[in-house]
Design a protein around this ligand. Structure first.
Ligand code: ADP
Length: 444
């Protein structure tokens, strides 16, 4: 919304507020006249004037109410016309009332009737200060119209108290004027902040929609490109396998082994990207089959143990007795998570060892702990370790392969399985990754 737009919107809302607050306000005049008629001799002494007063105030009240209803439903284009109609109807009605009151005070300057009328005029003026505050000019004009007859009357009635009465009226007049000004500026500020807030909310909503669209497009791109890369990559891997089995000299074998290793790394990266895009777009579905957790851990552990031996590291795997012999869940995804944590532990450890312990946690969850005595992770990076593409310190981890996706995928998979994951680490001393997942003993 432009600056002009905001000020128009502000005008519209204030006009609507004015209409809402004073919708039936005009009917106060005929009601007051009715009260005068019931309590005084005015209708008997001035029947024509009294009847005219009743008729005009009733017609004015009806017009005032219809103007207020129109203002309520007016649009940004015609709020000015609505405000004008509200102003004119209010001023005309109040002017008529002021003339009527002035005449009445002139005719009956003393006694109960004058007191009653003064009370009405001052009360109505002070009420108007806040009721008409959405339109400051109208509020102030209304106060003047109500206070003027009272002031003129007090000047007309010479007596001992004239000066004091004039002073009191003047004070009330000024006070009502300030109340109107103060209430108006607060209301204006409030409505202005409300408009800005709505505008910001709308902008944020648009930004969120755009970000979601971009996120979706990124996932679609990742998924598409990964699929496209995976097919030729599998071809390269197949050919390099065949080459390895053919008769090669030692230099050629070394080159083919290097090609094979690089292709496998690339394939694992592409698979990770595919997984990530599937998870992010909510398209990943988990299997629910029976499997042997101990066997699964053995499968992962055996090749890694060889690497640990080659690096001169201790490798210990412990599955507690209370862990059920067979579980229900998605063995491929459990394997993927465990494999990622164990490979990382091995990758970032050069001395000491790696230990894996599987036990039970609260609520029948399986708890897996992978602990190493490797390089550890700075505490400042621990909070971001499970974010996508997060690699802690590239200067340290540069020579390790990986794109910083393994932990992000593991966390998302664990959360889909209704579990949680955590890490504790001391730089230079090692890390401990744990996770808990619900892989039940039964199919339910
Ligand atoms: P990557 O495939 O790059 O290893 P991960 O998401 O598995 O990606 O790990 C992200 C980063 O977290 C790693 O690059 C490494 O810096 C850090 N990290 C993960 N596991 C360990 C660990 N056991 N010891 C030290 N740093 C680790």
């Amino acid at each position: 919304m432009t600056a002009v737009g905001v000020s128009d919107e502000l005008g519209l809302r204030l006009t609507r507020q004015l209409g809402d607050r004073t919708r039936f306000g005009g009917f106060v005049y005929p009601l007051l006249l009715l009260a005068v008629g019931l309590q005084t001799v005015v209708p008997e002494e001035q029947p024509a004037l009294f009847a005219l007063g009743c008729l005009v105030t009733l017609a004015g009240a009806l017009w005032r109410t219809s103007a207020a209803l129109k203002a309520r439903s007016s649009s940004l284009q015609n709020w000015l016309a609505s405000r004008e109609e509200l102003r004119v109807s209010t001023v005309l009605l109040a002017t008529f009332w002021a003339i009527l009151s002035g005449l009445a005070l002139h005719a009956y300057p003393n006694g109960e009737f004058a007191c009653f009328l003064l009370f009405c005029l001052i009360g109505w003026a002070s009420l108007g200060a806040s009721l008409f505050s959405p339109d400051l000019r109208l509020a102030q004009g209304f106060i003047h119209l109500n206070m003027l007859p009272a002031m003129l009357w007090s000047i007309e009635v010479y007596g001992r108290f004239t000066f004091a009465i004039v002073c009191v009226f003047a004070i009330l007049w000024v006070a009502a004027w300030f109340v109107a000004k103060w209430t108006h500026s607060h209301l204006r500020q409030l409505v202005h902040s409300q408009i800005c807030l709505e505008q910001q909310t709308e902008e944020l909503r648009l930004a969120r929609d755009l970000a979601e669209e971009a996120y979706l497009a990124r996932n679609q791109f990742l998924s598409g490109i990964s699929h496209e890369i995976r097919t030729p990559l599998n071809g390269i891997l197949g050919v390099s396998e065949l080459l390895r089995e053919s008769s090669l000299n030692s230099e050629q074998s070394e080159l083919v082994a290097l090609m094979n290793q690089s292709s496998e790394q690339l394939l694992s990266l592409v698979n990770n990207l595919l997984d990530l895009s599937r998870i992010n777009s909510g398209k990943l579905t988990l299997d629910r089959v029976e499997f042997d957790l101990r066997l699964l851990i053995d499968e992962i552990s055996q090749p890694l143990r060889l690497t640990a031996d080659a690096k001169g590291l201790q490798w210990s795997v412990k599955v507690r007795r209370e862990v059920p012999a067979s579980c229900f869940g998605d063995p491929a995804r459990v394997k993927q998570i465990l494999n990622n944590l164990m490979s990382n532990a091995l990758k970032f450890t050069d001395r000491g060892g790696v230990s894996i312990e599987i036990g039970m946690a609260d609520g029948g969850h399986i708890r897996c702990v992978v602990e190493d005595t490797g390089i550890g992770i700075e505490s400042s990076h621990l909070g971001r370790i499970f974010e996508e593409f997060e690699q802690v310190d590239r200067s340290i981890t540069r020579h390790f392969s990986g794109a910083g996706l393994g932990l992000a995928i593991s966390k998302k998979l664990i959360e889909i399985m209704g579990g949680r994951i955590g890490v504790q680490s001391t730089p230079g001393q090692g890390s401990l990754f744990w996770f808990e997942i619900a892989i039940s003993e039964t199919r339910s």
